[in-house]
Design a protein around this ligand. Structure first.
Ligand SMILES: Nc1ncnc2c1ncn2[C@@H]1O[C@H](COP(=O)(O)OP(=O)(O)O)[C@@H](O)[C@H]1O
Ligand SMILES: [Mg+2]
Length: 326
């Protein structure tokens, strides 16, 4: 019998805390992650890589607890790593090996028999688009080829779940698209789970159904992207004439408005906002050309959450360039 997908949590943590000396990198995380594709978001230094390594049992937690696929992260790291494919953030390849031997070696480290590991290495390299280059030495590979090789190493033992730390880092558009598509295929057709850390909203939106957002080691948002967006729904209104007066009229009624020229976005945070918009337009003599619900992007959602936390950010890139806001 096959389990119904996407229901039982595959990761569970309770008050999970990790400190490096005085520095608290993960602060009392209470979290459940369901099967499927989940994006782990946060600025540089938010604690994403640390979190992934604690799940894999690669670093000791300071306090609290957690489990992955039913295994205790404090005591069952080796069992977890048998069932998870890990694509680390930084270089994990031996430049002197060729692709095929690197991937076979990754399989052997996981306890696979060399013959089976070799067969799987061929399959996996084919899967990540490196079938032709598998006998070339890794130090001649492009960044995209190295990332693909890391993914092949991660899936050599056919894991149920893949943990990918910044999988599209440093990739050009074509390599990035291919990487994201491969991860997406792995979830949709392969019925595997993916937990991917990224600071790129578009990447996460392309692959993931859910997000976990960390900020300075704390959990600040979590859930299905669709549901999180609903919290912040807005109407977009295009007007002709007296836009400024209309903005003032809306603000006077206590509506939340962001205006850029003739286009304004009005928060849908009470009953029948469209009616109020039309009423204000009638008093200011503005013509409403268009009025529709605004399709927020994950980027919009991220900015809205950061605003609520009291950070004035204009884009997710702001956070990347400068590290986490104080
Ligand atoms: N081995 C370590 N020793 C000390 N501090 C660390 C170590 N690894 C990470 N940190 C610190 O912990 C915080 C979280 O780091 P990290 O998990 O790498 O964040 P992210 O992956 O979100 O960029 C950062 O402030 C970082 O400097
Ligand atoms: Mg990281």
């Amino acid at each position: 019998m096959r389990m119904v997908e996407g229901r039982a949590p595959i990761v569970h943590t309770k008050a999970l805390t990790k400190a490096y000396g005085e520095h608290v990198a993960l602060n009392a995380l209470d979290l459940q992650i369901e099967a499927g594709a989940t994006g782990l978001l946060g600025a540089n230094g938010a604690g994403k890589s640390t979190f992934l390594k604690t799940l894999l049992g690669l670093i000791q937690v300071t306090s609290g607890e957690g489990s992955v696929l039913g295994h205790d992260i404090r005591t069952e790291g080796p069992s977890i790593r048998q069932r998870i494919g890990y694509m680390p953030e930084y270089e994990a390849l031996d430049p002197r090996m060729d692709g095929i031997h690197q991937v076979r070696y990754a399989g052997e480290l996981l306890g696979m028999n060399p013959v089976v590991a070799m067969q799987r290495a061929h399959q996996c390299l084919e899967y990540v688009g490196l079938g032709e280059q598998r006998y070339r030495q890794i130090d001649g590979y492009s960044t995209g080829m190295r990332q693909a090789t890391k993914l092949a190493c991660a899936i050599v033992h056919d894991p149920e779940m893949i943990i990918a730390d910044e999988p599209s880092n440093g990739l050009d558009a074509a390599a990035r698209d291919f990487m994201l598509q491969t991860l997406d295929t792995t979830v949709r057709n392969g019925h595997r789970s993916v937990l991917m850390a990224s600071h790129l909203m578009d990447d996460v939106e392309q692959v993931c159904e859910r997000i976990v957002l960390l900020h300075k080691g704390r959990l600040v948002a979590e859930g299905r992207i669709e549901d999180l967006k609903a919290i912040d729904r807005e109407y977009e209104v295009h007007v002709w004439g007296a836009a400024e007066a209309m903005e003032r009229g809306l603000l006077d009624r206590g509506l939340r408005v962001r205006r850029q020229g003739r286009v304004m976005r009005v928060a849908d945070d009470r009953d029948d906002v469209p009616r109020e918009v039309l009423e204000v337009a009638a008093t200011t003599g503005s013509q409403v050309r268009r009025l529709h619900t605004y399709e927020a992007s994950l980027e919009d959602l991220f900015i809205a959450i950061m605003e609520r936390l009291g950070h004035d950010v204009k884009s997710s890139e702001d956070l990347l360039a400068g590290g986490a806001p104080r």
